[in-house]
Design a protein around this ligand. Sequence first.
Ligand code: NAD
Length: 473
Amino acid sequence: MTSTLSADELTRISDTVARSRARFESGVTRPLAWRRGQLTALARLLNEHEDALADALHTDLGKSRGEALLTELNVVHGEIAHTLRHLRRSARPRRAPLPLALAPASAKLVPEPLGVILIISPWNYPLQLLLSPLVGVIATGNTAVLKPSELAPATSAILARLLPEYLDADAVQVVEGAVDETTALLAERFDHIVYTGNGAVGRIVMRAAAEHLTPVTLELGGKSPVWFDDDARIDQAARRIAWAKFVNAGQTCVAPDYILTTPDRVDALAAALDRAVAEMWGADPRTGGDYGQIVNTRHFDRLLGYLGDGEIVSGGEHDRDARYLAPTIMRVPQPADPRAARTPETTPAILRDELFGPILPIVPVASFDDAIAYVNAGDKPLALYVFSGSAATREAWISRSSSGAVGIGVGLAHAGVPTLPFGGVGASGMGAYHGDASWRSFSHLKPVLKKPLSPDTLRFIQPPLTGIRAKMA
Ligand code: NAD
């Protein structure tokens, strides 16, 4: 693809990165006071512009104010508060034990900032997924170049305007734009790249990073399954599943993608989910005020394509002009062989693609063992949710499957907790951030070993080495 950027625009992008690097090299980001000041200023930005930020999220995604606060601003506030509380301890060198043979000596691991970090974020949580990694990047003493998603233009514009007003404008810079701007950024050398989005672009990012041997954190997606067998608490489970699925109109990377359960449970579960949707979003979610819209007509049309891949049990109402698709529960045929690879010849798209919208298929499987086999036959998901009355079943999911995270009796919540590393595994991503995980991802833990010159205990490992075996014994 040829770039539409002019020579001037390309130069501006190079200059942005150069300015960020010069700021890093000036050493200004090293003192904890600077980091604390920046994080406090970021919290102030969120407080002082809460209304305008919520409005931008509403413009981009139809998010209600409550949802914007709960799933975007509050998550970043929580991350800032946690990071500030632990800043001094996190930044302290960590003592490392040494073998007796090296005595007398001491060692420590010194967290050292990496340099300039590029953060590329997606449209679905356009504020949270740009600013949460930024909290870790600032706390660890790095500078940042941010590339918000062009598919959430109102949020991108307001953050591009406000961030330089509140933060060190050389240390934290925003490049707005789409593929061309991101491609130009990726040609530059960074010291780390955090990319959140789909796996196809994740591969492009990783290839570009390889040119400069730049490490990457890839926060990708996938089909996050739910296992349900908790008949005794079906209504509570359905409420939790429906909330996790239909918040942000299903456009959440860790949203339940589909539910696995045995055939005898499908009808009762579908009915319970339908009741839960009506309780939370009303009989007509379109008028309730708390239900979002699909990001654009391309995604809207993609989602409508899945409605033919099974039977709609409830929902399905849609309005293309309003980009509205009701919370939709579907029943799909039982997979013939749960262990088989899912190809276009054998498997409908609804069971192959990450749905990333308000469509929740219930997939019957003969047994719990088949359910585990079915999940393990696909890519490793970003999250896996278990609603089971059996402790043995819950433990079996943890030990016999692989996913970025597991939620037992709860969906989504782990993604907003600063003490839990947030990241995928396999096709759902690599690396993690939030809280201490950000310290590990955005710092180099530099070992420093110190040994006095006397007593000279190293003489015995220096030549002549005759009799070394006996000395080492
Ligand atoms: P998107 O289209 O907004 O793209 C993400 C970023 O990549 C944007 O900044 C965009 O400009 C850039 N980009 C797009 N095409 C590019 C290209 N060809 N070259 C370089 N850069 C390019 O968002 P999306 O990918 O549609 O987001 C949805 C996906 O993200 C889903 O798969 C979802 O599961 C995943 N996701 C993951 C997480 C997580 O934390 N793991 C969070 C949210 C979304």
